[in-house]
Design a binder for this molecule. Structure first.
Ligand code: 5RP
Length: 274
């Protein structure tokens, strides 16, 4: 696929020369409100910033919490209009004009798709419109394959369907969930790069390292992992361990060692309460 210079430049900001990426999502407040450990997004992101290749956030958080002098690429969350106390999370619209994305000098736009829900058509047409606007100015769109309540987000047939449709409608990157059976087929059926989300916090850090490693082995180019990093008791060691898998091509065991070593370092640096 040929790309205009601006589009190619933005994609190069998002994906490192090794072909991999670590996106750090802090967009959850757009429907969850001040969720645990993201009450102050600027504080949450500060120690994690060096390990992220890009940050996924809404315009409100970009303007109020991120330093404009930073060169870190922004993926701007531009879908929303719902909340956990409202009627249906799938009933999203586009919340942000393309002009505002340009003003913010973002590297990409992000939008959720709700395939298999009552609002499937609406969210897919939103994607189409967003891609039209983004392509006009050389801004790639990352499609987020969100799931409705009744759908199984770990079903590879569903994920393959959703990822493929997102790519067909013009997404340049697709964010989806890892699944333990058939994730290779999800990636193979999607003609654009796939990154993995985490979902709610897993029981152990090891579980996260294992699924990220497996996803990378099966063709994902990186992660867009939020709660399993910043809701962990050890967010920086977690980022270091994930970086070891993604940019360091490390094994799960090595990543676990990186995690434990960084954790021990953290403990030495942290003030000790007596
Ligand atoms: C929620 C999102 C997040 O960017 C995405 O779900 C990744 O975060 P997590 O790893 O916490 O699921 O789209 O709005």
């Amino acid at each position: 696929m040929t790309m205009d210079w601006g589009m190619a430049n933005r994609m190069a900001q998002l994906i490192r020369p090794d072909g991999r990426c670590i996106f750090m999502p802090i967009d959850h407040g757009y429907f969850l409100g001040p969720t645990h450990n993201l009450e102050e997004p600027g504080k949450t992101i500060e120690p994690l910033f060096p390990y992220a290749d890009a940050v996924f956030a809404t315009r409100g958080v970009v303007r109020s919490c991120l330093d404009p002098a930073s060169a870190k690429p922004i993926i701007l969350r531009v879908s929303g209009g719902t909340s956990t106390v409202g009627a249906d999370l799938a009933n999203e619209g586009i919340t942000t004009a393309i002009e505002d994305a340009l003003r913010l000098n973002v590297a990409a736009l992000g939008i959720s798709l709700f395939i298999g829900t009552e609002y499937e058509r609406q969210s897919l047409l939103n994607l189409g419109k967003l891609v039209d606007a983004g392509e006009k100015y050389g801004i790639p769109v990352m499609a987020v394959t969100a799931v409705g309540k009744e759908l199984d987000k770990r079903d590879s047939r569903y994920l393959a369907l959703a990822c493929r449709i997102a790519a067909e409608l013009g997404a340049r990157v697709v964010k989806t969930y890892w699944c333990d059976d058939g994730f290779d087929k999800v990636v193979a059926g999607c003609p654009v790069p796939v990154v993995m989300a985490g979902g709610p916090q897993a029981d152990t850090e090891l579980e996260v390292l294992e699924f990220v490693h497996d996803g990378i082995q099966n063709g994902a180019i990186g992660i867009n992992l939020g709660r399993n990093v910043w809701q962990s008791e050890h967010p920086v060691p977690m980022m270091r361990a994930l970086d070891h898998i993604i940019h360091g091509n490390g094994s799960v065991q090595e990543a676990q060692e990186v995690f434990e070593t960084a954790k021990a370092g953290d403990a030495m640096l942290s003030p000790v309460s007596v």
